[in-house]
Design a protein around this ligand. Structure first.
Ligand code: DC
Length: 225
């Protein structure tokens, strides 16, 4: 039986960084499910045809192949064979990923892919619906959150470090809009599982957040062994 750790939370809560560090410590595979939604969003964004996002999904979902591979522990995401790991990080693609993720067929396709991976590997998987829908029997469930302003500030600093222009107010407004969409969609909304440990990283640095989560993970693993 393979082990799984589910980490859910809103965008900018630090899930990806924490999940990656945790996976390195435990020597588990890190699976960033947001990257999968982003890759589908990128495909839709590149389509030149007219029509609504929903129509494009309906027409093209079958043509979209999402695969992940790992290079030195780093997840690479491939869209129909092309490595799109960098392209999917644009703000606009993140926002479009939130839009396309309300679609039932998109979710069905990606949830199947995610479950399949967890059947074959020990995983740390992060997303919005991992503990509630994708892996309801995950060994450890973490809900990682932080105040919208803190998350916006982190994102703002990240963009400045990359030499990109950014407006903190726009980022915070986008974060709030994205939270609302992710939490209020009909299928698998972002919600904390009843048996998840809730970690608020607003006033904690990365080390403290990781230490707290590792404590929960070890305790759960000890209980189960
Ligand atoms: O975590 P992220 O910012 O890369 O995710 C982008 C969007 O994808 C997010 O706003 C909602 C969607 N998503 C989802 O619906 N379910 C997941 N498990 C992961 C992401």
């Amino acid at each position: 039986m393979y082990k799984s750790i589910a980490i859910d939370g809103p965008s900018g809560s630090g899930k990806s960084t924490i999940a990656r560090l945790l996976s390195e410590k435990l020597e588990f595979l890190y699976i960033d499910t947001g990257a999968m939604y982003r890759a589908i969003a990128l495909y839709i964004d590149r389509l030149k045809s007219e029509g609504s996002v929903e129509t494009k999904i309906e027409k093209h979902l079958e043509d979209i192949d999402i695969a992940i591979r790992h290079e030195n522990g780093i997840q690479k995401i491939c869209l129909n064979g092309e490595d799109v790991s960098d392209d999917i990080r644009q703000e606009a693609i993140g926002n479009l990923a939130s839009v396309i993720s309300v679609n039932a067929n998109v979710r069905e396709k990606l949830v199947a892919l995610q479950r399949n991976i967890a059947k074959k590997h020990n995983v740390v998987m992060d997303g919005r619906d991992i503990a509630t829908t994708v892996l309801p029997n995950a060994d450890v469930k973490i809900f990682l959150t932080a105040k919208p302003h803190t998350r916006a500030l982190r994102r703002y600093k990240e963009l400045l470090e990359k030499g990109m222009e950014a407006d903190i107010n726009d980022i915070e407004a986008d974060i709030i809009k994205r939270d609302e969409r992710d939490m209020n969609r009909e299928i698998s909304p972002l919600r904390q599982a009843t048996d998840a440990y809730v970690v608020d990283s607003s006033d904690k640095d990365l080390d403290d957040t990781l230490t707290e989560i590792l404590f929960y993970v070890k305790r759960k693993f000890d209980e189960r062994s």
